[in-house]
Design a protein around this ligand. Structure first.
Ligand SMILES: [Zn+2]
Length: 105
């Protein structure tokens, strides 16, 4: 199969922002039951630039990008936490030195 099928296709990555109306939850609390958020097409995301909902076909693609990105991060974190205990200590030390407990006097 060659990619001659269909019209010219691009997959631009649209910058998304969390929906202000539902705060990214995709639904809002109704009086009796939760309602799908209309502002963001019940996705929790809107176009960062305009604050408007994406078209559904765009939305699916952008959510896919986001999910892939998130999965890559999760995998990276998993690898980091299982393979490098040394780094873990280093991080803890740094947090300690940063001093959430350090009162400063
Ligand atoms: Zn929303």
């Amino acid at each position: 199969m060659k990619k001659s099928h269909g019209s010219a296709f691009q997959a631009p990555q649209i910058e998304l922002a969390q929906c202000q109306i539902c705060r990214g939850k995709a639904f809002i609390k109704g009086v009796f039951y939760d309602l799908a958020c209309i502002q963001c097409n019940a996705s929790g995301w809107v176009v960062a630039e305009t604050g408007e909902a994406l078209q559904l076909h765009d939305l699916v693609m952008q959510l896919s990008f986001k999910l892939q990105e998130a999965q890559r991060k999760v995998e990276a974190l998993k690898r980091a936490s299982t393979t490098s205990i040394g780094k873990h200590y280093e991080l803890n030390n740094r947090l300690g030195a940063g001093g959430s407990n350090y009162t400063g006097d």
